[in-house]
Design a protein around this ligand. Structure first.
Ligand code: MCN
Ligand code: CUN
Length: 831
């Protein structure tokens, strides 16, 4: 596929708002709901009135229910499975095991990347709660009762928890069924130029190093995963309603796994209650439900419980990183190194960082003009759930941004430089774009200093620096910390080099049809899970065709009717499908022009399009004008002989490059020295996602993502004990932030359009989750850096913060510690 297609680019045509900030948004002004207008979300009416339609709302006649029997052990060989007691229950219809699936060629399925996973365990369990058998019954309760009666005999093996342990010589081999796999090592990976980087480090005035873990997280969407599979033996067709971020890709996978031809598989993704990356892969439950429906010739529903979702579906992160920076004494960064130990769980769903999607880790040089960079990584299998790639992350960009933004703070402290100033000294200058990084990534556009300046001003930075000093001098109980993150994101997968999956270049699609009465249907290959596509995609069309946003309906999520698309992840919907929508609209506009000429009885060359009024008019005679709506009927009933009837166009958009949104976040915290508790004083987020479609929706995206960033930095962690039991596997133990933990956010923006995107837009959906954790950690560390604290691991619980401070103050001045160290040698005096 070539990128030289008719992807016309006019990105800055309606660049309309460059000064940003908390003041009210300036609109395009035409009021039809086009670019930049705060159109109320079209989808909200059905959500707010309880009329959403989620997978678990779907009920079909004769529908059966599927419950999965899961292993209590993390590593165990299955000796025997006996389903007879379950089958003896009245309402149980079937018990399925790996043997049954094998008969239909469905025993294994591809993971997101590079590996195959058992659908139901064949031989050996590799993580706790792995799928062992399935019970199909006439209702959910019966299925659950049945699952409890399935008897499984296990030979329990030693589990391997933690990547470091997994790579020890005597560690039990988890994937012994694979040829050539006699240990738990998956792959090594390298990027950048080791020699050049070493040279820069050797010559540097100063080098710093810090080890930091990005803990295992879970996307935890409010709606868990599930499906209703319905095999129709009359049409030989499999319809699966499922929680999917990528219905077409899932159709192709389903077809490949099942052998049912692709045109006989229909995937429908109805309303999806949050995805956050969790609904990118397929999971065994989907395959089991489809297999059961095929065998039993009845619809089968499978819907996860919360703990099943957290314990078995794709986790994220679990990167143990060591970062190093080399710099001159005035803080000019010359080189960056990172070494990673990655826990990929029992199956490799995370892929090699040289490939999509994990390849996005290559952005670890961040927003800085750094001469030399080198990265290395080792990945290991462990007896934990597979995953690692996706959680509002742009595929390892989160880890990369955390690394570089934390390291800049470490360097600033080492050199005793202001963390804002050191960033300023190293930013890629705004006139250096397009910019190629030391790891070979091509940044499209950026103006980092502008975003930082704006954030500093909004945060009242100087005031808080003074306040911080005052508290230190007064030896106050509550310390002030100021954290900055000036991150660069990369979204919009994407062009070949970085996004090549088995030779497929990534594109997305839009199919626009204007009806004879002048309203329109836009069908897209991406899938919303709460991002508001039904509104923002309609706004793109409203802008391009001068139509009213209310006259455009956006459809997605049904592979029978939508054009083939690769789905929503890596904040690619706007950069890729949004571009496809704009280009399709421009094709329609081109065709409409000749119809306009016909209707206005003028030559086509004399017809002009006026974006402001949304009309075609005759050059020099603006009163002779016509709208798309008015000419739609003519396109069908009165079309010029030179044109086919109809008014529609399709575009498959193959982006020439990715887009690089960015931002500067400033977090001001108060750290209680007595308790280690952290309070947010101020949270400033300045984002730049190029031209903005709907500022209100963007703000919603930012708020949600910042909340998740706070969860990441302060609360969330999927933990395991030595036996491989998930100890953070439900909402009692996996702490998500609630409204109580979330402060007010001050959001602002700058606008630096993408030069290659048809409407100059970049993605924004993941920026806040990617950008905020390092700002928060930097703030907490900053509160304590005068005591010598250089790092606190996430999640920064009060315990962890208190300990870091206690330890630092002990080393600093032993006598000053009476307040913090518990003295257990004496009973408290009772006076
Ligand atoms: N937008 C805009 N102007 C821009 C950029 C974006 O108005 N310049 C709008 C878009 O049109 C879209 C929304 O903001 O309505 C997000 O757009 P985009 O950044 O393109 O991201 P996607 O639509 O591709 O959404 C994916 C992204 C990802 S990868 C995760 S993970 C995530 C996220 O979005 N999951 C979410 N935000 C989420 N928000 C909700 N409510 N639920 C999820 O599951
Ligand atoms: Cu990285 S989570 Mo989103 O890409 O679906």
């Amino acid at each position: 596929m070539s990128s030289e297609s008719d992807n016309t680019t006019e990105p800055t045509e309606y660049q309309h708002d460059d000064d940003g900030g908390p003041q009210p948004e300036k609109h395009c002004g035409h009021g039809r709901g086009g670019m930049g207008e705060e159109v109320t979300r079209k989808e909200d009416k059905r959500f707010i009135t309880g009329r959403g339609n989620y997978v678990d709302d779907i009920k079909k006649p004769r529908m059966l229910h599927c419950e999965i029997v899961r292993s209590p052990h993390a590593h165990a060989r299955i000796e025997d499975i006996d389903g007879s007691r379950a089958m003896a229950l009245d309402d149980v219809v079937a018990v399925l095991t790996a043997d049954d699936l094998l008969e239909h060629g469905l025993a294994t399925m591809p993971t997101l990347m590079d590996d195959t996973q058992d659908v139901l365990v064949n031989d050996k369990v590799k993580f706790q709660s792995q799928e062992v058998a399935a019970v199909i019954a006439t209702d959910r309760y019966a299925a659950k009762d049945g699952a409890e009666k399935v008897e499984v005999e296990y030979d329990v093996l030693d589990p391997v928890i933690g990547a470091e342990e997994a790579l020890e010589d005597d560690a039990p081999v988890i994937r012994e069924e694979l040829d050539d796999q006699d240990d738990n090592h998956i792959f090594d990976w390298e990027t950048g130029d080791a020699e050049a980087t070493d040279a820069v480090f050797d010559a540097a005035d100063v080098t710093v190093e810090e080890q930091m873990e990005y803990q295992r997280l879970h996307p935890a969407p409010i709606e868990t995963c599930g499906c209703v599979a319905d095999w129709d033996p009359g049409d030989d067709k499999m319809t699966v309603h499922m929680t999917s971020q990528a219905p077409h890709a899932h159709r192709t996978l389903f077809s490949q796994v099942s052998g049912i031809p692709e045109h006989k598989v229909r995937i429908v993704s109805p309303d999806v209650g949050g995805g956050f990356g969790n609904k990118v892969p397929i999971y065994p439950g989907y395959v089991v439900a489809a297999a059961a429906s095929y065998v039993l010739e009845r619809p089968v529903k499978w819907v996860e419980e919360r703990s099943e979702n957290i314990q078995t579906t794709g986790f994220a992160r679990d990167y143990d990183m060591t970062g190093e920076l080399a710099a001159t004494e005035n803080g000019e960064i010359k080189g960056v190194k990172v070494d990673v130990l990655a826990d990929h769980g029992a199956y490799n769903a995370a892929a090699q960082p040289s490939k999509f999607p994990a390849g996005f880790f290559n952005i670890f040089t961040g927003s800085y003009d750094i001469e030399a960079a080198h990265g290395s990584l080792t990945a290991a299998y462990t007896n934990t759930a597979p995953g690692g790639v996706a959680y509002r992350c742009s595929f390892r960009v989160t880890e990369a941004v955390y690394l570089i933004e934390r390291m800049v703070k470490v360097l600033a402290d080492e050199l005793d430089l202001d963390p804002a100033e050191i960033r300023r000294r190293n930013f890629i200058p705004s006139d250096a774009f397009p910019y190629e990084s030391a790891t070979g990534w091509n940044y499209d556009s950026g103006d980092y200093e502008k975003a930082l300046d704006k954030a500093l001003e909004m945060a009242d930075y100087d005031h808080y620096r003074e306040e911080q000093q005052r508290r230190i001098e007064e030896d106050a109980d509550k310390l002030i910390g100021i954290g900055i993150s000036s991150f660069t994101e990369v979204v919009g997968a994407g062009p070949g080099k970085q996004c090549d999956i088995a030779g497929i270049e990534m594109f997305d699609s839009a199919d626009l049809r204007v009806n004879p009465t002048g309203n329109a249907v836009l069908r897209v290959g991406v899938q919303t899970q709460g991002q508001g596509h039904e509104t923002t995609f309609a706004q793109i069309i409203a802008e391009e065709l001068g139509m009213d946003v209310d006259n455009i309906v956006v459809e997605h999520g049904d592979t029978d009717t939508e054009p083939y698309g690769l789905g929503t992840y890596g904040s690619r919907s706007t950069p890729v499908a949004g571009a496809a929508a704009a280009v399709a609209a421009r094709k329609v506009r081109d065709k409409a022009k000749s119809i306009a000429a016909n209707e206005l009885e003028a030559a086509e060359e004399d017809i002009e399009w006026d974006r402001e009024s949304g009309e075609f008019h005759v050059a020099g005679a603006p009163e002779r004008s016509i709208t798309i709506t008015e000419i739609a009927a003519g396109a069908y009933m009165n079309h010029p002989g030179s044109e086919e009837p109809g008014l529609e166009a399709t575009n498959y958009y193959d982006p020439p490059e990715m887009t690089y949104p960015f931002g500067s976040y400033i977090v001001i915290v108060e750290v209680d020295r007595e308790t280690g508790e952290v309070d947010f004083e101020k949270f400033v987020a300045v984002d730049d996602c190029g031209n903005r479609i709907n500022p209100m929706i963007i703000e919603g995206q930012i708020h949600g993502g910042l909340a998740q960033g706070i969860g990441t930095a302060m609360m969330e962690h999927v933990t395991y004990d030595d036996n491989g039991n998930v100890t953070g596997g439900d909402f009692m133990n996996y702490l998500l932030p609630t409204a109580k933990e979330i402060p007010n956010f001050d959001t602002g923006h700058t606008v630096t359009p993408s030069p290659h995107h048809p409407i100059g837009a970049k993605g924004v959906g993941e920026s806040p989750t990617v950008g905020s954790p390092p700002a928060i950690v930097n703030a907490v560390v900053d509160a304590m850096s005068h005591s010598g604290v250089s790092h606190v691991e996430m999640p920064m619980t009060p315990d962890a913060v208190w300990e870091a401070l206690d330890e630092a103050e002990l080393t600093l001045e032993p006598s000053a510690n009476v307040d913090f160290a518990f003295d257990t040698s004496e009973e408290p005096a009772d006076d």
